[in-house]
Design a protein around this ligand. Sequence first.
Ligand SMILES: *Cc1c(COP(=O)(O)O)cnc(C)c1O
Length: 369
Amino acid sequence: MEFIDLKAQYVALKGEIDRRIAAVLDHGQYILGPEVQELEALLANFAGVEHAIGVGNGTDALQLALMALEIGPGDAVFTSAFSFVASAEVISLVGATPVFVDIDASSYNISPEALADSITAVLSAGRLKPKAVIGVDMFGLPADYPALTAVSEGYGIAVIEDGAQSFGASIDGRRSGSFGVLAATSFFPAKPLGCYGDGGAVFTNDDRLADVVKSLRVHGKGRDKYDNVRIGMNSRLDTIQAAILLAKMQVFDQELDRRREIAKIYGESLREKYVVPESAAGYVSAWAQYTVRPRYENRDRVISNLRDRGVPTAIYYGKPLHLQTAFAKLMPKSDGCPVAEKISTEVLSLPMHPYMSEEDLEEIIAALI
Ligand SMILES: *Cc1c(COP(=O)(O)O)cnc(C)c1O
């Protein structure tokens, strides 16, 4: 049994994926070839935004969003304490200061109330200028962008969506990639829409910011490719990866449906013994991960019992960001993020992918119960 079965997906889509890759090898435009533009148009349309810009990976997508907003030294950027390190790393990489905000215990996403408190604390300390908040769509469930926007607006703080785990998710029919002034996603193989290497995209409705990101991904190029008008990066989505994603987009809606179906069965079967994910009304997760918390049993015992029965699990995330060695000096221990700290000792992610067989699903549930 696989935690995420990429091979089963390849077997199902082999014809189309191979055909798409072969087409790239035939035309030979490996950097920003026609498949990249074709995919960008498809992604923008899917997310319901004006611009999707293919970049090297999800981390770069976030960094490019910060660079496009000219965020740097002296700026505070708020983000969730419960996330993959990339959500905070990029803030430090542009020279700004990450401010870790506690999460909501039911969505695992950044708490708008805690954000309001953090903004007030940063302003009263007077050392940093609050510039942006990166909302992270944990496990595929969008953060509460309406509330994050309401909290941020009055302070002129930009909202950025870290949709690395949530491509295909939505709030009231509005899709991931459309929240905030800029959004980022990742095509890392294990994400809901994954390629066969590294890949990512930046989304925006703002024509000027889209132009800036397109310049930044090619070393800050100007109109003339050899006149660099700003300091940029080398971060483009490979043409071959775009070709693979085009093949996968043909079945992406069906895959999302199947993920939703599996999540529903998990939820109904496990609710009694585990705290299972619940989405607020109007919220649809992309189910990058299915994460539970044992109500009565010790987490390590559940994991070892599952391992004995051949069921792989993972812990996302066992250490909140403000406690990571690289960031620990940023937040006084006395402040902390108590919800993130507690939840990180309880969470456990189960196998989740659209090619899971009914037998495997039954086996996992039986083992968990
Ligand atoms: C995976 C991930 C990223 C980074 O994406 P990469 O493509 O691996 O660089 C950023 N944020 C979150 C929340 C992620 O899960």
